[in-house]
Design a protein around this ligand. Structure first.
Ligand code: FAD
Length: 473
C-alpha cells in the first residue's frame, strides 16, 4: 500500500506520523513538501539571544491532540504554560492603550465588577451588554456570523471595541463574515444550554476557581489555556521529523498535477518527478488542494476553491528594555478597526513566555494585515517597518530603533470560515466519498489552531488506513 502525503506543514507531518505509527505491514510512505523545509507556518529562530516565533507562538491545551502527540513523541516535558503574571491584554481605545476589564474573555465578561468600573465602554454600552442576562435565546438559525451574534447578545460597542480586534488577532478575519458555529461554537452551545452567555461564563469561572473565590481569570484570550514549548513551537516539528523515516521525506518537491488512473493516483511534480500511490492525503491550503483536484472532480474543486484565505505579516522586534517606556504589564494589545491603525495586534512575547529574551532585552511581535487591512501588506519591508515603528512609538512611546527585526509574511495562509462553512464541509465530505484513497487535511476544514491541524492530519491517516482495510476485504 503506497500512501503519498502532499504538504509538510503540521497537518501533513501529523498524517505521515500516524501512518508510520500504525506499523501497517507493506505500507510505503512518501511525504512531499514544496518548499525547502518542513513545518509550514511553524518556524522558530534564534537571534541576539532571543527565541523568536516567526509563525504561531502557542497552542490551546484544551484541545488534546497536539499535547497527546507531544507525549507520544517524547517531548511532553518540554511543554510550558504562559507566564503566570501579567495574564491580560490591552486594547487601543481613542488612541491609547486601555486594559481590558479583568475577566473579559474573548466575547463576554466573566466578572461583573470590572465591567461596571471600566471606562472602555459607555454607560449605554454597559447596560446593553448586561441585557444578555435577560435576553431570550436567539432564533435556531442554521448558522450566524460572529458579529451578528455579539451584536444580538451584547450590542455594537462590545463588538466594535473588543470582540472584533480579539477575533481579528486570532482569525485574521472579519467577525461579520465569519461563522460562529465554525469558529467558536462553545458560545453557541452556551446560549443553547444556559441562555445567557454572561451567566454561563461567570459559572464556568467559579467552577474553575474552585467555588468562586474571586480568582482573576485574566483578560483577552484564554491565556491560562495556552501552552508552548520551552525552545519554541518548532520543537514539535523537529520531534516529528526525528520519528519519520528520512528516506520517505522530500523537500523542494512541489506537486503540480494529480490524476486518477484506474485504481492508482498519479502525481507529477514541477521538477518532472512522478509518484504513484494507492492513497493520497492532500495536507495543503484549500486553494492548493483545489488546484490539484481540478481535473479529477470539478465539484470538489469548486467547494475547496470557494474557501477564502487572508494574508498577514508578523514582525518580531528586539529592543533594549530601557528603550521601551511602557511597563509591559500585560501580554500585549489588540487594535480595533475603528482606531484606523497600521497594526492589528502586538504581543509582548518576552512577557508572555519565560526565557524568550535575555535580561535587558524585550521581544515584541506586531501583526499586520488581516481581512480588513490587506492593503497594508502591499508595501516593501522598509515601509512596513516604518509603519510598525510609527504605531509602537505612538501607542507605547518607543522612539528607539529595534536592535533586530525578523519579518515573516503569510500570503493567503489563514482560511476564513464564512457563514455556511459547516454545510460546505458536509458537501466536501460527501464528494470525497466518490474517491477511494483520497483524504484532505489542514487548517481549511475543521479548525485553524495547531491542535486542530494535528487532529485533521491524524484523521486523514486513519481514513486512508480504513479505506485500504475495506478495499482489501
Ligand atoms: C501568522 C500566523 C500565526 C498563527 N498563530 C497561531 C498560534 O499561535 N496558535 C495556533 O494554534 N495557530 C496559529 N496559527 C494557525 C496555524 O499556524 C496554522 O493553521 C497551521 O500551522 C497550518 O498548518 P497546515 O499544515 O494546515 O498548513 P501549512 O503550515 O500552510 O503547511 C502546508 C504546506 O504545504 C506545502 N505545499 C503547498 N502546496 C504544495 C504543493 N503543491 N506540493 C507540495 N507542498 C505544497 C507548503 O509549502 C506548506 O509547507 C497562525 C497562523 C499564522 C499565519
Amino acid at each position: 500500500m503506497k500512501v503519498v502525503v502532499v504538504g509538510g506543514g503540521i497537518a501533513g507531518l501529523s498524517a505521515a506520523h500516524r501512518l508510520a505509527e500504525s506499523k501497517r505491514p507493506g505500507l510505503e510512505l512518501t511525504l512531499l513538501e514544496g518548499s525547502d523545509r518542513f513545518g509550514g507556518t511553524i518556524r522558530t529562530i534564534e537571534r541576539d539571544g532571543c527565541l523568536i516565533e516567526l509563525g504561531p507562538d502557542s497552542f490551546l491545551a484544551s484541545k488534546p491532540w497536539l499535547s497527546d502527540l507531544a507525549g507520544r513523541l517524547g517531548v511532553a516535558d518540554r511543554i510550558i504554560p504562559t507566564a503566570s503574571t501579567h495574564r491580560g491584554a490591552h486594547v487601543v481605545h481613542r488612541g491609547r492603550l486601555h486594559p481590558l476589564p479583568d475577566g473579559f474573555l474573548m466575547m463576554a465578561p466573566t466578572r461583573l465588577g470590572p465591567m461596571v468600573t471600566t471606562s472602555l465602554f459607555s454607560w449605554t454600552g454597559k447596560v446593553r451588554c448586561a441585557l444578555d442576562l435577560v435576553l431570550p435565546r436567539g432564533p435556531a438559525n442554521d448558522d450566524e456570523s460572529l458579529g451578528a451574534f455579539v451584536r444580538r447578545r451584547f450590542g455594537g460597542e462590545v463588538l466594535e471595541r473588543v470582540v472584533q480586534p480579539l477575533i481579528g488577532g486570532i482569525y485574521a478575519g472579519d467577525p461579520d463574515t465569519l461563522s460562529l458555529k465554525s469558529t467558536i461554537p462553545r458560545f453557541l452551545e452556551m446560549e443553547r444550554r444556559h441562555r445567557s452567555i454572561i451567566k454561563a461564563m461567570v459559572a464556568q469561572r467559579r467552577t474553575a476557581a474552585g467555588g468562586g473565590n474571586g480568582a482573576s481569570a485574566g483578560s483577552g484570550a484564554r491565556y491560562g489555556a495556552l501552552n508552548s514549548f520551552d525552545r519554541g513551537m518548532e520543537t514539535i516539528v523537529q520531534a516529528l521529523l526525528q520519528h519519520l523515516p528520512v528516506d520517505t521525506m522530500h523537500t523542494r518537491t512541489q506537486v503540480a498535477g494529480l490524476n486518477r488512473d484506474g485504481r492508482l493516483w498519479r502525481l507529477s511534480c514541477s521538477d518532472g518527478r512522478r509518484f504513484d500511490a494507492d492513497s493520497v492525503i492532500l495536507a495543503l491550503p484549500a486553494r492548493n488542494a483545489a488546484e490539484l483536484l481540478h481535473e479529477t472532480d470539478m465539484d470538489l474543486y469548486g467547494e475547496l476553491a470557494s474557501i477564502p484565505h487572508t494574508s498577514s505579516a508578523v514582525m518580531n522586534l528586539v529592543y533594549h528594555r530601557s528603550d521601551v517606556p511602557h511597563p509591559l504589564d500585560c501580554f500585549g494589545f489588540v487594535v480595533p478597526d475603528v482606531e484606523e491603525r497600521k497594526i492589528i495586534a502586538c504581543t509582548f512575547s518576552s512577557i508572555k513566555f519565560p526565557n524568550r529574551a535575555p535580561e535587558g532585552l524585550v521581544l515584541l511581535r506586531a501583526f499586520v494585515g488581516g481581512a480588513r487591512q490587506q492593503d497594508l501588506l502591499d508595501v516593501d519591508d522598509e515601509e512596513m517597518l516604518r509603519n510598525v515603528r510609527e504605531e509602537l512609538n505612538d501607542l507605547m512611546g518607543i522612539e528607539a530603533a529595534p536592535r533586530h527585526i525578523a519579518l515573516a509574511r503569510y500570503p493567503d495562509a489563514m482560511p476564513q470560515y464564512l457563514v455556511g462553512h459547516a454545510r460546505r464541509m458536509e458537501r466536501v465530505e460527501s464528494l470525497l466519498e466518490r474517491h477511494l484513497g483520497l483524504a484532505l487535511a489542514g487548517n481549511a476544514y475543521g479548525g485553524v489552531g495547531l491542535p486542530d491541524c494535528v487532529h485533521s492530519g491524524e484523521q486523514a491517516a486513519e481514513r486512508v488506513l480504513e479505506m485500504a482495510k475495506d478495499d482489501s476485504c
